[in-house]
Design a protein around this ligand. Structure first.
Ligand SMILES: [Zn+2]
Length: 89
């Protein structure tokens, strides 16, 4: 029974570490917190905002003005060809 609880406890700590990594936080620290506080730490981590960098707008379409998050040959909104960076003036 004790071994079963230890396995569950470690699994929760591992999930904490994985969630922390996906949110741009320290997986080692959150593994320790998950091991100490179990589901409480997981709940707190779930409520915390992500530190990972948000999607950056790289340019705007010169035809429709839509924000383009990646440089491509065609605008994903209007289908017009786009070239280079067209940052707003
Ligand atoms: Zn466009």
């Amino acid at each position: 029974m004790m071994l079963f609880l230890l396995v569950i406890w470690s699994a929760v700590a591992a999930v904490c570490a994985a969630v922390a990594k996906s949110k741009g936080r320290s997986p080692e620290a959150w593994f320790a917190l998950g091991f100490l506080f179990s589901l409480v730490a997981l709940f707190v981590l779930a409520c915390l905002p992500s530190l990972a960098a948000p999607v950056r707008i790289q340019s705007y379409c010169i035809h429709c003005g839509a924000a383009l998050t990646q440089v491509g040959n065609f605008c994903s909104w209007c289908g017009q060809p786009v070239s280079g960076n067209h940052l707003p003036q």
